[in-house]
Design a protein around this ligand. Structure first.
Ligand SMILES: [Zn+2]
Length: 411
């Protein structure tokens, strides 16, 4: 591969991603939600890209588009590369989309340069990953991995329609979803994704190999006290649920600042009745807690339960701590980590391996095959934001890594 050619790979990936970003609701940024007109329109563009390089294209019944390259080796063994087409509202051009387009351009390079590929290659564009519309994530990869459960079809969209109804209006057949589980002999899954964090920029590296994905547990917390007049009730006599919530959050945060390898976020906070002159009688808030160490997460939740108990006892409050979601930490497969590290070295980059702080489709794909991820540097670690930014040069390096990986992949 000449340097000139590779510069073209990065340039082409960049340009295609620019074009794909136009399939969006009006800005700022990209808003391409699952099962919308923009999703459908983006697929006609993507289908053309895939058929132009000779892939067989299908859309499955959850709305994933899959392009298949058949190896001349006449094998049933297949590598899957992919990511999600959907964005958050007012998101960026790269989160998800890059993991579909970059492998497609890399595969195109292999096909057009007669680079022999031992295995079939599927490029998957997952319809939904972000979970913006149906309050659930990874719908697309769940179907391929066979972990989709039919109760998800009753989830309601922002318009009150069920997922089942919306799939039908999109022209899909929800009854056939179980048939869409991948049945080929899948020998690996690679997801290319922007890092969504600042580590690669800090290390001055274009790409990094992911070795694990943090687990995340989510909770809602309800604290009850007594609402009252902001002027008449002396401080020691108050049962202020808002202060109880704040004190608990600050106390856990101070504790976590003294240990490592775990993060907690209180992203939604609500005090009721929510009036400037009324002591809050009720507080509701959320906690998202993440680590690579499942036991550390559980121990920290136990610690938080103790903090809540102490604070509420002291202030005459009651509380409930309710678990709403648990995704365990996922380790990437050693064989893919090693082969990716070799490919990164082969293209002349420094090898750096680190965990992902965010969740990805790769976690679902781990249920059926060896899984790995390649992260690409994004400016200032910004994502889920119109300011998401990736350079052509970094895309070049990532595309080179994927070409090398495809060329040399060994089961
Ligand atoms: Zn993503």
């Amino acid at each position: 591969m000449s340097i000139k050619l590779l510069m073209q790979l990065g340039k082409e990936t960049y340009q295609v991603l620019e074009e794909l970003s136009k399939y969006s609701k009006e800005g700022p940024g990209v808003t391409r939600l699952y099962l919308t007109e923009e999703h459908k329109a983006a697929y006609s563009y993507l289908e053309k890209l895939m058929t132009d390089i000779g892939l067989t294209v299908e859309v499955d019944n959850i709305g994933n588009m899959i392009g298949t390259y058949t190896s001349p080796e006449k094998t049933n063994k297949t590598i899957v590369l992919g990511s999600h087409q959907d964005t958050v509202r007012n998101g960026g051009k790269y989160d998800g989309a890059m993991g579909v387009i970059l492998p497609l351009i890399a595969l195109k390079h292999c096909i057009q340069n007669n680079i022999p590929l031992k295995y079939n290659v599927k490029i998957a564009s997952f319809g939904d990953e972000e979970g913006v519309r149906f309050a659930t994530t990874y719908l697309g990869s769940k179907v391929l991995a066979g972990t989709f459960t039919s109760d998800l079809l009753d989830r309601k969209s922002e318009y009150g329609n069920t997922l089942k109804e919306e799939l039908i209006s999109f022209g899909l057949d929800p009854n056939k979803i179980p048939e869409d589980k991948l049945t080929d002999d899948i020998v690996g899954y690679l997801e290319v994704h922007i890092e969504q964090g600042p580590v690669l920029q800090h290390k001055n590296l274009a790409v990094g190999v992911v070795n694990a994905i943090q687990g995340s547990h989510r909770y809602t917390i309800n604290i009850n006290g007594m609402a009252g007049h902001a002027g008449t009730i002396p401080m020691p006599l108050r049962k202020d649920a808002g202060v109880g919530a704040s004190e608990s959050m600050v106390e856990l945060t101070r504790y976590l600042e003294t240990i490592e390898n775990i993060v907690a976020t209180f992203g939604i906070v609500e005090f009721l009745p929510g009036s400037i002159n009324v002591i809050p009688g009720e507080a509701n808030f959320t906690m998202d807690i993440r680590s690579l160490d499942e036991k550390l997460i559980k121990d920290t939740v136990t610690k938080f339960d103790q903090i809540l108990r102490d604070v509420c006892n002291k202030r005459g409050l009651t509380y409930t701590l309710t678990n709403t979601n648990e995704a365990p930490p996922t380790t990437c497969s050693d064989t893919i980590i090693k082969q990716l590290e070799t490919s990164v070295a082969n293209v002349g980059s420094d090898v750096f391996t680190f965990p992902s702080g965010a969740g990805h489709d790769a976690q679902e794909m781990k249920n059926i095959t060896d899984m790995g991820m390649l992260f690409v540097r994004c400016k200032d670690g910004i994502s889920h934001n119109p300011l998401e930014s990736v350079t052509e040069n970094d895309l070049d390096i990532a595309a080179k890594v994927v070409v090398d990986f495809l060329k040399n992949y060994q089961v």
